[in-house]
Write a protein that binds this ligand. Structure first.
Ligand code: GLC
Length: 818
């Protein structure tokens, strides 16, 4: 008791002394409070554990190390010991999945270890590093984590600087229009409307603060989950350092261990989610233009597809379908009876997709504006004035999509469009874009799901929350039908709600190359369902460029041609012969390969694999592969190399190790080297991995045009065992969430005298077709008999020596015997 009184007295005396000191300083301008400039973590003197969280402090700042899974460790920094409330739009639920983990301490370090990775906290200086269980250091601080006070807005600029090894390469980061390997680049994340963007222009439309490092054959990822303007330097300023920092928020990052790039991408998907299964039709071909109107024009385009026998599923209405660009209205002059039009289009197999922008016209006679205003759903400036800016409709206000009530309201606004039969919604201008100003001012306030913040914090997630509101609304309204959404802006995790396209590109060969890189990069960054404006949005492609783009687009997870209004007609038949026939052949190929793409999509959705895979992702040990950016695989069985130069009659293609078949000639080629492939306009290099089973549908003008009576299985001989998968379900409902689907596995293994194909299946779905049509490619012997589940089956051999026969879809084993 006495001690206590004594302590209180001491404390009171100290406060008086301090006050006096401050009083003196007050009259001395030279001694005012100075901002904190670059403060570094000091010496960690203490470690505490709370379940899977470990806390370290230098007496003032605190660091939290969380074990998420065996491979994922999260690090957070609180400059003055108080962490921000835990909330993330990217990681909806942080599930703790590691089984065994522990804290060790010795004279040099604290160490948090799982069965896969160690996080070291050095006692001398608070350096944090990571190593694998062989004690191989994969990531190490070059200086301790640090921060700097932001005097204008409060909070801190937060920094993390790691060492960069001489041969370390970097991948990921979303849609950056630059070389695939980010080594030597400094880049920024701040969603930006970037009309006709250029090579190396930065930033663009999306912010994906996730990168993968590959060094000495080992990959790890860093996911810097911070929504503020963020910066990344991959050895640009100093080749020995990699840094990432943000203009606010918390220094919070996930270290994701590989050792393979594919492991890192899968773990990143575990944190941020994957795309839901799209309706099968959304994997078909889409035709877009700014804009097709009036109704007669839309019909003419639709008829053009059917007359030219070029498959197409999606037809788009850009902003001119609206009344004065007011969202959720129709221009009745151009579209007097949208319901009838959409119904007629649907009868011909077209799904109508309409555009929606976030800018709501200030107009008291417009119900959407009135509702938003009355309910205070629009964003406001710091002093409570409305945020107003000009976009297509003129003066607009903008819903605060970070408010859950606003998202619910927005989602409900699609009711009428859904009733009219609209099948998909295109979310545009959601960086958010504002004419003149570029975007909102920093002081705009956001509800941020209860974790309030200014636009500095909400800017990069605004577009993602818009498309989330759209997707969730459509999901409710469409009941059990899968909605289709597309968005321009996004943040990590946007894939849970939408596909994306790369924005306003240009009709140039350079942009064809860029598009190829951007799609690979997006796929590595969690956004597998992506595509470019085929043909280039602005400018005029010639027939050759358009055809080469269609060819690449055939292997884009999302395939849509789009163009600006001031360009010439841009449909797959617009360039005449020989282009129309080649465009048709490739769009048909897209439809033939739909079951393969759909199965690959399932592997993405369910197991977190990316759809497109860069060469480095297949063979990261080989340094030269870190610089390859033309070839990619589409799923894991088909290698594509688009033709990216005009007039190119042949090109070099690198094939990863193993045996490959030329898709066009059936010739078998050994991989692990470059091969020269002829590239006349009619083809691009396509190779199929030996041992693959590639399922194929008959050509259809649109998904569902015909009842599928038979699925073709293209089987590529290999003398080693290879597994392939086929996923089947209803293609448009959410029954797959109730496990109503079928996963089929094929195992192909060849010897010099026999080829065996085994099939096993799991699941509750029964496809309606009864049989497979087998097409066996590359058999090194002439067969004498084919045994299917022990029965002899008749077969034929075609001019390419492919062996063809038919058998039930329920087969268990096929043997093709010499
Ligand atoms: C933006 C979009 C473009 C669209 C246009 C008109 O520029 O990126 O795709 O056609 O707006 O809505």
């Amino acid at each position: 008791m006495e001690d206590n009184i004594l302590n209180q007295e001491l404390l009171a005396n100290r406060l008086i002394e301090e006050e006096e000191e401050e009083f003196h300083h007050l009259n001395n301008p030279a001694d005012g409070i100075k901002p904190i400039i670059k403060k570094y973590l000091g010496v960690p003197n203490h470690a505490d554990q709370l379940d899977n969280k470990f806390f370290f402090t230098d007496g003032d700042a605190k660091v939290e190390v969380t074990v998420v899974t065996d491979e994922i460790i999260r690090v957070r920094l609180a400059p003055h010991g108080v962490f921000l409330e835990e909330f993330s739009y990217a990681v909806p639920k942080l599930e703790h999945k590691a089984t065994v983990f522990a804290l060790h301490e010795d004279e040099n370090e604290f160490r948090v270890s799982t069965s896969v990775v160690n996080c070291h906290i050095r006692k001398d200086d608070f350096f944090i590093s990571f190593s694998d269980i062989q004690n191989h250091i994969t990531s190490a601080d070059a200086v301790p984590m640090h921060w700097e006070e932001n005097v204008k807005f409060g909070g801190y600029y937060v920094y993390c600087t790691k060492t960069c090894a001489s041969q370390e390469s970097f991948f990921g980061l979303g849609d950056k229009p630059t070389e695939l390997n980010l080594r030597g680049k400094r880049l920024k994340n701040w969603n930006t409307d970037a009309y006709s963007f250029a090579w190396n222009q930065d930033p663009l439309y999306r912010s994906i603060p996730f990168y993968i490092s590959v060094n000495e054959g080992i990959a790890h990822g860093i996911f810097f989950d911070n929504t503020f303007k963020a910066h990344f330097d991959f050895g640009a300023e100093d080749p020995t350092k990699t840094s990432f920092w943000a203009d606010g928020g918390e220094l919070q990052y996930y270290y994701i261990h590989g050792p393979h790039m594919m492991d890192v991408v899968k773990s990143y998907h575990l944190l941020t989610g994957t795309h839901p299964m799209p309706p099968l039709w959304a994997l078909g071909y889409h035709q877009c233009r700014w804009s097709y109107y009036p109704e007669a024009k839309v019909k003419k385009i639709a008829n053009g597809f059917r007359e030219n026998k070029i498959p197409c599923d999606g037809i788009y209405l850009d902003i001119d379908y609206m009344d004065g660009y007011r969202c959720f209205t129709w221009n009745r002059k151009y579209f007097p009876d949208p319901k009838k039009m959409i119904k007629e289009l649907a009868a011909d197999g077209f799904k109508t997709v309409v555009i929606i922008d976030p800018g709501i016209r200030v107009d008291d006679n417009y119900s959407v504006f009135k509702e938003g205003k009355e309910n205070r759903y629009f964003c406001r400036r710091c002093d409570d004035y409305f945020m107003e800016g000009h976009v297509w409709p003129g003066r607009c206000q903008f819903p605060d999509f970070t408010n859950p009530d606003v998202r619910t309201w927005w989602g409900g606004l699609f009711d009428e469009l859904v009733q009219l039969g609209v099948a998909g919604v295109w979310n545009d201008m959601n960086e958010p874009a504002v004419f003149g100003a570029g975007t909102f001012p920093d002081d705009v306030r956001h509800q941020y799901d209860g974790f309030r913040g200014s636009h500095r914090k909400a800017h990069n997630v605004y577009g993602m929350q818009m498309v989330r509101a759209t997707y969730e609304g459509l999901r409710k309204l469409m009941k059990n039908k899968r909605p289709f959404t597309i968005t321009r802006a996004g943040y990590s995790g946007v894939q849970r709600y939408s596909s994306v396209w790369t924005g306003d590109n240009v009709a140039s060969w350079e942009h064809l190359k860029l598009g190829n890189i951007q799609m690979q990069r997006l796929s590595t960054s969690g956004i597998s369902f992506c595509g470019t404006d085929i043909g280039g949005f602005s400018g005029e492609p010639d027939g050759e460029l358009f055809t080469r783009w269609i060819q690449m687009g055939t292997f884009s997870p999302f395939m849509r041609a789009h163009s600006a209004g001031d360009t010439k007609e841009r449909e797959p038949w617009s360039f005449g012969a020989p282009f129309t026939a080649i465009n048709r052949k490739f769009i048909e190929l897209r439809y033939r390969m739909l079951p393969y793409l759909y199965s690959t999509f399932w592997e993405h959705h369910r197991y977190g694999f990316p759809i497109l895979r860069s060469i480095v992702m297949q063979e990261q040990d080989e340094i030269s592969n870190h610089f390859r950016q033309d070839e990619f695989t589409y799923g894991d069985k088909i290698l594509i190399c688009p033709v990216l130069e005009p007039g190119q009659q042949s090109r070099k293609v690198y094939l990863p190790k193993g045996k490959w078949y030329n898709f066009w000639t059936y010739e078998m080629v050994d991989g692990g080297k470059e091969v020269t492939v002829p590239t006349p306009l009619e083809t691009i290099p396509i190779f199929v991995k030996a041992g693959s089973v590639i399922p194929e549908y008959p050509v259809m003008q649109y998904v569902g045009e015909k009842e599928i009576e038979e699925v073709k299985l293209n089987i590529y001989y290999s003398n080693y065992e290879v597994n392939s998968f086929l996923f089947e379900d209803y293609g448009e409902t959410f029954a797959y969430e109730q496990d109503i689907y079928l996963e089929k596995k094929f195992v192909v293994s060849g010897k010099s005298t026999v080829l065996t194909v085994q099939q096993s299946m799991e699941g509750l779905y029964t496809p309606r077709y009864e049989s497979y049509y087998f097409n066996v490619i590359g058999l090194p012997f002439a067969p004498t008999k084919i045994l299917a589940d022990g029965k002899d089956v008749p077969y034929s051999i075609d001019e390419n020596k492919c062996v063809e026969f038919k058998f039930t879809k329920n087969f268990k084993q096929i043997e093709i015997v010499k």
